[in-house]
Each structure stands twice: as C-alpha cells, then as structure tokens.
Write a protein that binds this ligand. Sequence first.
Ligand code: 5CA
Length: 445
Amino acid sequence: MRMSRYFLPILKENPADAQIVSHRLMLRAGMIKQVASGIYSWLPMGFKVLRKLENIVHEEQARAGHIAILMPTLQSADLWRESGRYDGYGEEMLRMKDRHGRDMLFSPTAEEMVTDIFRSHVSSYKDLPLTLYQIQWKFRDEIRPRFGVMRGREFYMKDGYNFDLTKEDALHAYNRHLVSYLRTYERMGLQAIPMRADSGPIGGDYTHEFLVLADTGESEVFYDAAVTDIRMGERDIDFSDKAQCQGVLEEFTSLYARTDETHDEALFAEVPKDRQRSARGIEVGQIFYFGTTYSDPLGAKVMDETGKPVPVHMGSHGIGVSRLLGAIIEASHDDNGIIWPEGVTPFGVGIVNLKQGDEEADTACEALYKSATALGLDPIYDDRNERAGGKFATMDLIGIPWRITVGPRGLKNGVVELTSRKTGVSEEMTPELALEALAKTYASL
Ligand code: 5CA
C-alpha cells in the first residue's frame, strides 16, 4: 500500500474523551470512528487488524476440530422464552419489534439459536462430539460503555458451542477450548492467564476467564506468579487426546489464579509470599461448561447407544475479538504509539523515503516496494511529500514492527536502514539483505 493512496485519517491532537491509551491510539492512528456510545465504524487499518485477529481465531478453531457457522444478529424472542432467559436477561438485551409486532432482539450471545440448529438436525450420539462456532457481531446495551472497543455495546465475538453425549466428553471440549485459546492469544503476541471466574448470566459451575494483565484492566485478579511461566509455545498438542488437554488445565489449576469474584483469601495465603500477585487484567475470553442447562428446556436430545433419548451436555466459549485490539495495544505500546506484535500487524514493513522526488531514492523505494510485495511482506510505503521527522512519527504511531529507511546518503554506499519499532535498534544493510531478514522473521511466525 502506498501511504499517499491509503485512507489513514490520523489525528494530530490527543482526543479529549479517550481515557486509556489503547482508545487514544486507536483514534489517533485512524483505526476507528465512534458512531454512538459504544458503537464504532472500523476504518481501513482497524478493519485490517480485526481481520487478522479473526483469521488467527479461525485457524486455531480449525486446528482444534471446531466447525464454523454464521448465525443472524437479529433473533426472534420466542427461542429465548423457551429457555427462560428472555425476561431474566434484563436491560443489556436490545429488544425491538418488527413490522408485524413480533418481539425481536439483537443477539447478546447465541446458546438458544445454536441449540435450535442442533435439535433440528442431530438426533444420534453417532454425530457427536460436535462443536460449532461463529465470529459475529453481538450487542449488549452496557450501562457504561467505555474505553473504546474494550467495552463496547456492539462488539465482535467468537462464540463456540460444544455438544457432547457425556459430561466427561463435554469437559474434554472445555479443556480443548482452554488449550486452543492459549495458542490463539500467544499467536497474537499476548499472554492471557486462565483464571477461575463467575459464570454470570450464562450459568454453569465450570468457568475460566482469560485475562491479559494490564493496569487499565477492568478486573481485579489474584494469582501465583508461577502461572505466568506456562506457555503453549511449540508444544505439539493432539486436540483429540483427552489426557493431554486435561494436563494443560491441571498445570493451571494447581496454581492459584482467580478473579475478584471467586477470590479466596485463605487459599491465596497458601501461595508462597514472594509469588503472590494482585493486579488488574483485561478479560479477553471465557469458557463455560453448563451441562444440560439449555438442552433440557429446549429439548436438544440424542439417542444414546441403548436407543434412549438423552439431553446433550453443552458448554459455550467466547473470545472478545474486537476487545483484543484494545488489549494488544494496552500490552504493547510506548510514548510514540502502537507496537504491533508481528503476528497481527496491519503491514509487515514500513518503507520511508527520506527524499521524495530524488530520482535515486524514488527508484530504490519503488524497487523495494515491489520486492517486498512479491515476498508477501505487505509493505506500506510512505511516498508522501513530507519531512522525514513526520514520516518517522507516523510509522511509530501506527506501530509497524519494522521500518526500512531509504535515503540518498545510504544509497551511495548501497545500503538502507532496517529499524525495529520495539527496540529502536537500526542496522545498515543492502536492501536485499533487509528483505531477506524480514521474510525469515515472518515465515517463522
Ligand atoms: N456465550 C458465552 C460464550 S460464547 C459468552 O457470551 N461469554 S462472555 O459473556 O464472557 O463474552 C465473551 C467475551 O466477549 C468476553 O470474554 C469478552 O472478551 C468479550 N466481551 C463481552 N462483553 C464485551 C463488550 N461489552 N465489549 C467488548 N467485548 C466484550
């Protein structure tokens, strides 16, 4: 992409109404525009990162054996009456009537809708296990939408639902989601810690929230510092292996990690003093096992091996995809702007032409831009007639992890400068070597 042709409406001033750094940077970098309280338009660069996150979620869901579907945002109230949640859900549910006077709602979550799909089409234990998921906009009429996309009213969520014959199988689905979520967050450059939590309006006894530690997080959390050493990294997980998935859960559950809702002072006191931590965190996902809470009232049954109809065991599992953009920025920025982790960056490399209009510099940049594109590095080339300082500031603000700076002086020696956004360290090398290094870096992700 050429910066001169892109739509990147950068703000020079700090927006007055943004209280936290991620919200401020998303507005300044021209990623989102507020439409109404808690509702945003996604401008090109914001949308691009959102799509990247979505792709990672899809890839990791596929790896775990889960199957993508898409359900509507608008639903009929009838299903919610069947489950008994229509009246109980309260003011967070946006309700409306269609022209025939039928009660409709904007889906805040989709347990009922997916259970209805299941009961219409599945009737035998032989079709289990089954996990269906979607990535779709949700609406919750939050009383206090704030912090930009972190607590929106409309937000993008991955919601997955498992259907299993037994509690044991459903708990495997729970553990599988736990492992797959950890992989997902790690690929986004984040460490999210699963913590025992409260199940709220979704219901059920088993639930973990995934928290990214950040001072601006809305949740208060308590944990044993040893949990932060657990990584999925290069582990070769077989998602169909119950013991392996359970093993990961047990690594976490053997260490104290809870949100304030389930915090237990007495248990926490047993953690060695030097490892006790209390901090704030951003909830980027939650998994639930709730047994037959929805399958019972909605009559989602299968024939078991003896031919007896039994309600299926279910769980639901959510990732806050749009919230993750905020969480990533909270976890990765400096005074100059965003620092995208390589796995989610909107562009792989920024090319800065120090002397636009200089024939040699222009030619070198064009060649570099072409080669970087051919290598799949998805470059953004700042070809505007701007001062070098302004170009650097823009690249820093929008957070591109690598920058190649091209100027007449370096070109005399056949070199350009490759700079890491994170460390600020620059190295001079030939354009070919710079591209080779970047191609290697991105191939290793
Ligand atoms: N049905 C279950 C799982 S699919 C469910 O709705 N879970 S949830 O309520 O925990 O939401 C899943 C994730 O969506 C949360 O962990 C959070 O990351 C994100 N989320 C929830 N509310 C908001 C909001 N108002 N703005 C942005 N993200 C949100």
